[in-house]
Design a protein around this ligand. Sequence first.
Ligand SMILES: [Zn+2]
Length: 257
Amino acid sequence: MHGLTLYFLGTGTSQGIPVIGSEHPVCLSDNPKDKRLRVSVWIYSEEFSIIIDCGPDFRQQMLHSKCEHIDALLFTHEHADHTAGLDDIRPFYFKQGDIPVYAHKRVLDNLSRRFDYIFSNENKYPGAPSVSQVEVKTNESFHVKDQEIIPIEAMHGKLQVFGYRIGEIVYLTDVKTIDFSEIQKIKDCEVLVINCLREEPHNTHFNLEEALDFISLVQPKKAYLTHISHLFGFHDEVQAKLPENVFLAYDNLEITI
Ligand SMILES: [Zn+2]
Protein backbone atom coordinates (compact mmCIF):
# COMPACT_ATOMS: atom_id res chain seq x y z
CA MET A 1 0.00 0.00 0.00
CA HIS A 2 1.23 3.50 -0.64
CA GLY A 3 0.32 6.86 0.82
CA LEU A 4 0.64 5.66 4.41
CA THR A 5 2.06 8.26 6.80
CA LEU A 6 3.78 7.63 10.12
CA TYR A 7 3.86 10.69 12.38
CA PHE A 8 5.90 10.51 15.60
CA LEU A 9 3.77 12.35 18.17
CA GLY A 10 6.19 11.59 21.00
CA THR A 11 9.47 9.70 21.28
CA GLY A 12 10.45 10.07 24.95
CA THR A 13 10.51 7.60 27.80
CA SER A 14 8.07 7.83 30.71
CA GLN A 15 9.12 11.20 32.16
CA GLY A 16 9.62 12.91 28.79
CA ILE A 17 12.59 15.13 27.97
CA PRO A 18 13.39 17.51 29.58
CA VAL A 19 12.78 15.74 32.88
CA ILE A 20 11.23 18.19 35.37
CA GLY A 21 13.98 19.84 37.44
CA SER A 22 16.83 18.01 35.64
CA GLU A 23 20.15 19.75 34.98
CA HIS A 24 21.33 16.95 32.68
CA PRO A 25 22.90 18.49 29.53
CA VAL A 26 20.40 16.68 27.25
CA CYS A 27 17.53 18.13 29.30
CA LEU A 28 19.05 21.60 28.87
CA SER A 29 19.66 21.20 25.10
CA ASP A 30 18.26 23.85 22.71
CA ASN A 31 17.94 21.36 19.86
CA PRO A 32 14.21 20.68 19.24
CA LYS A 33 15.16 17.05 18.45
CA ASP A 34 16.24 16.67 22.10
CA LYS A 35 12.77 17.58 23.38
CA ARG A 36 10.62 14.48 23.61
CA LEU A 37 7.00 14.07 24.63
CA ARG A 38 5.68 10.72 25.86
CA VAL A 39 5.71 8.00 23.23
CA SER A 40 2.88 7.81 20.67
CA VAL A 41 2.39 7.68 16.90
CA TRP A 42 -0.27 8.68 14.42
CA ILE A 43 -0.57 6.42 11.36
CA TYR A 44 -2.87 7.72 8.66
CA SER A 45 -3.81 7.56 4.99
CA GLU A 46 -6.59 9.14 2.94
CA GLU A 47 -8.86 6.37 4.26
CA PHE A 48 -8.09 6.13 7.96
CA SER A 49 -6.54 7.76 11.02
CA ILE A 50 -5.10 5.60 13.81
CA ILE A 51 -3.45 6.72 17.04
CA ILE A 52 -1.30 4.31 19.05
CA ASP A 53 -1.28 5.13 22.77
CA CYS A 54 -2.60 8.18 24.51
CA GLY A 55 -0.14 9.37 27.15
CA PRO A 56 -0.20 12.51 29.29
CA ASP A 57 0.94 14.70 26.35
CA PHE A 58 -1.95 13.66 24.09
CA ARG A 59 -3.69 17.05 24.02
CA GLN A 60 -0.53 18.90 23.05
CA GLN A 61 0.28 16.24 20.44
CA MET A 62 -3.15 16.49 18.82
CA LEU A 63 -2.92 20.28 18.67
CA HIS A 64 0.57 20.30 17.20
CA SER A 65 0.00 17.54 14.63
CA LYS A 66 -3.42 18.93 13.67
CA CYS A 67 -4.95 15.48 13.96
CA GLU A 68 -8.69 16.14 13.82
CA HIS A 69 -10.26 12.70 13.50
CA ILE A 70 -9.59 9.30 15.10
CA ASP A 71 -10.94 6.09 13.56
CA ALA A 72 -9.19 3.91 16.14
CA LEU A 73 -7.18 4.37 19.31
CA LEU A 74 -4.87 1.38 19.78
CA PHE A 75 -3.17 0.68 23.10
CA THR A 76 0.11 -1.19 23.58
CA HIS A 77 -0.32 -1.62 27.37
CA GLU A 78 -1.71 0.14 30.43
CA HIS A 79 1.28 2.03 31.82
CA ALA A 80 0.53 5.68 32.57
CA ASP A 81 2.97 7.09 30.02
CA HIS A 82 0.85 5.34 27.35
CA THR A 83 -2.67 5.97 28.72
CA ALA A 84 -2.87 8.95 31.10
CA GLY A 85 -4.18 11.40 28.46
CA LEU A 86 -7.40 9.53 27.75
CA ASP A 87 -9.70 12.25 29.10
CA ASP A 88 -8.55 14.51 26.26
CA ILE A 89 -10.37 12.44 23.64
CA ARG A 90 -13.32 14.69 24.57
CA PRO A 91 -13.13 16.99 21.51
CA PHE A 92 -13.05 13.92 19.23
CA TYR A 93 -15.98 12.39 21.12
CA PHE A 94 -18.04 15.58 20.74
CA LYS A 95 -17.51 15.49 16.95
CA GLN A 96 -17.55 11.75 16.28
CA GLY A 97 -19.39 9.99 19.12
CA ASP A 98 -17.92 6.98 20.94
CA ILE A 99 -14.22 6.59 20.17
CA PRO A 100 -13.24 2.99 19.28
CA VAL A 101 -10.54 1.80 21.68
CA TYR A 102 -8.55 -1.37 20.85
CA ALA A 103 -6.52 -3.19 23.51
CA HIS A 104 -5.83 -6.47 25.28
CA LYS A 105 -8.66 -7.47 27.67
CA ARG A 106 -6.38 -6.84 30.65
CA VAL A 107 -5.77 -3.29 29.44
CA LEU A 108 -9.47 -2.63 28.77
CA ASP A 109 -10.26 -3.82 32.32
CA ASN A 110 -7.53 -1.64 33.76
CA LEU A 111 -8.69 1.45 31.85
CA SER A 112 -12.33 0.76 32.86
CA ARG A 113 -11.28 1.02 36.50
CA ARG A 114 -9.06 4.07 36.12
CA PHE A 115 -11.40 5.91 33.73
CA ASP A 116 -14.71 4.51 35.00
CA TYR A 117 -16.56 7.71 34.00
CA ILE A 118 -15.45 7.18 30.37
CA PHE A 119 -16.08 3.41 30.16
CA SER A 120 -19.34 3.20 32.16
CA ASN A 121 -22.70 4.08 30.62
CA GLU A 122 -24.38 4.78 33.97
CA ASN A 123 -24.75 8.17 35.65
CA LYS A 124 -22.84 9.83 32.85
CA TYR A 125 -21.65 13.33 33.73
CA PRO A 126 -22.66 15.70 30.93
CA GLY A 127 -19.56 16.30 28.81
CA ALA A 128 -17.78 13.10 29.80
CA PRO A 129 -16.42 11.22 26.77
CA SER A 130 -17.35 7.65 25.82
CA VAL A 131 -15.56 4.83 24.07
CA SER A 132 -16.47 1.60 22.33
CA GLN A 133 -14.23 -1.28 23.35
CA VAL A 134 -12.63 -3.78 21.01
CA GLU A 135 -10.59 -6.60 22.50
CA VAL A 136 -7.33 -7.36 20.71
CA LYS A 137 -6.28 -11.03 20.79
CA THR A 138 -2.98 -12.67 19.96
CA ASN A 139 -2.93 -14.18 16.46
CA GLU A 140 -6.17 -12.41 15.45
CA SER A 141 -5.80 -9.60 12.99
CA PHE A 142 -8.56 -7.00 12.71
CA HIS A 143 -9.58 -4.18 10.40
CA VAL A 144 -9.90 -0.44 10.80
CA LYS A 145 -11.82 0.70 7.72
CA ASP A 146 -10.28 -1.51 5.02
CA GLN A 147 -6.85 -1.67 6.62
CA GLU A 148 -5.76 -4.97 8.15
CA ILE A 149 -3.91 -4.63 11.47
CA ILE A 150 -1.82 -7.47 12.83
CA PRO A 151 -1.17 -7.47 16.58
CA ILE A 152 2.36 -8.47 17.57
CA GLU A 153 2.85 -9.83 21.07
CA ALA A 154 5.97 -9.08 23.11
CA MET A 155 7.05 -8.90 26.74
CA HIS A 156 7.89 -5.71 28.69
CA GLY A 157 9.68 -7.53 31.50
CA LYS A 158 6.85 -9.62 32.95
CA LEU A 159 4.06 -7.62 31.31
CA GLN A 160 2.53 -8.64 27.98
CA VAL A 161 2.39 -5.80 25.43
CA PHE A 162 0.99 -5.52 21.90
CA GLY A 163 2.70 -3.88 18.97
CA TYR A 164 0.93 -3.48 15.64
CA ARG A 165 1.70 -4.10 11.98
CA ILE A 166 -0.24 -1.71 9.75
CA GLY A 167 0.65 -2.44 6.13
CA GLU A 168 4.40 -2.04 5.77
CA ILE A 169 4.77 -0.18 9.09
CA VAL A 170 5.45 -2.05 12.34
CA TYR A 171 5.23 -0.20 15.65
CA LEU A 172 6.63 -1.94 18.71
CA THR A 173 7.43 -0.26 21.99
CA ASP A 174 8.21 -1.25 25.57
CA VAL A 175 9.71 -4.54 24.39
CA LYS A 176 12.35 -6.50 26.27
CA THR A 177 11.76 -9.97 24.80
CA ILE A 178 9.76 -11.33 21.86
CA ASP A 179 9.07 -14.85 20.63
CA PHE A 180 10.39 -16.15 17.34
CA SER A 181 6.82 -16.77 16.10
CA GLU A 182 5.97 -13.07 16.51
CA ILE A 183 9.12 -11.98 14.69
CA GLN A 184 7.91 -13.95 11.63
CA LYS A 185 4.91 -11.58 11.42
CA ILE A 186 7.12 -8.53 10.94
CA LYS A 187 10.02 -9.86 8.87
CA ASP A 188 11.09 -7.68 5.95
CA CYS A 189 8.67 -4.84 6.69
CA GLU A 190 9.49 -1.49 5.18
CA VAL A 191 9.56 0.55 8.41
CA LEU A 192 10.15 -0.84 11.90
CA VAL A 193 9.72 1.38 14.94
CA ILE A 194 11.30 -0.17 18.03
CA ASN A 195 11.96 1.03 21.57
CA CYS A 196 15.54 1.77 22.55
CA LEU A 197 15.94 3.41 25.95
CA ARG A 198 19.70 4.06 26.14
CA GLU A 199 23.08 2.29 25.86
CA GLU A 200 23.01 0.86 29.41
CA PRO A 201 20.94 -2.30 29.92
CA HIS A 202 17.48 -2.02 31.53
CA ASN A 203 15.18 -4.66 33.06
CA THR A 204 12.13 -4.02 30.90
CA HIS A 205 13.36 -2.13 27.80
CA PHE A 206 15.73 -2.84 24.91
CA ASN A 207 19.02 -1.00 25.16
CA LEU A 208 20.93 -0.05 21.99
CA GLU A 209 22.67 -3.40 21.60
CA GLU A 210 19.40 -5.35 21.98
CA ALA A 211 17.53 -3.02 19.61
CA LEU A 212 20.24 -3.32 16.93
CA ASP A 213 20.29 -7.13 17.27
CA PHE A 214 16.52 -7.16 16.87
CA ILE A 215 16.72 -4.93 13.79
CA SER A 216 19.28 -7.30 12.19
CA LEU A 217 16.89 -10.18 12.81
CA VAL A 218 13.83 -8.45 11.34
CA GLN A 219 15.70 -6.77 8.47
CA PRO A 220 13.35 -3.88 7.78
CA LYS A 221 14.29 -1.41 5.04
CA LYS A 222 14.51 1.28 7.70
CA ALA A 223 14.31 1.23 11.50
CA TYR A 224 13.44 4.09 13.86
CA LEU A 225 14.31 4.05 17.56
CA THR A 226 11.83 5.48 20.07
CA HIS A 227 10.96 5.59 23.83
CA ILE A 228 14.25 7.38 24.39
CA SER A 229 15.78 8.43 27.72
CA HIS A 230 17.81 11.62 28.19
CA LEU A 231 20.58 9.24 29.34
CA PHE A 232 20.95 8.04 25.71
CA GLY A 233 22.62 11.39 24.87
CA PHE A 234 22.13 14.23 22.39
CA HIS A 235 20.09 13.35 19.30
CA ASP A 236 22.76 14.35 16.77
CA GLU A 237 25.57 12.50 18.57
CA VAL A 238 23.56 9.29 18.93
CA GLN A 239 22.38 9.45 15.30
CA ALA A 240 26.00 9.73 14.09
CA LYS A 241 26.82 6.40 15.75
CA LEU A 242 23.93 4.40 14.25
CA PRO A 243 24.11 2.02 11.27
CA GLU A 244 23.05 3.29 7.84
CA ASN A 245 19.39 2.18 7.92
CA VAL A 246 18.75 3.01 11.60
CA PHE A 247 17.46 6.39 12.73
CA LEU A 248 16.78 7.98 16.07
CA ALA A 249 13.16 9.14 15.83
CA TYR A 250 12.27 12.61 17.09
CA ASP A 251 9.01 14.38 17.85
CA ASN A 252 7.03 15.53 14.79
CA LEU A 253 9.12 13.46 12.37
CA GLU A 254 6.80 12.38 9.57
CA ILE A 255 7.49 9.57 7.10
CA THR A 256 5.30 8.68 4.12
CA ILE A 257 5.69 5.34 2.38
ZN1 LIG B 1 6.48 3.17 28.27
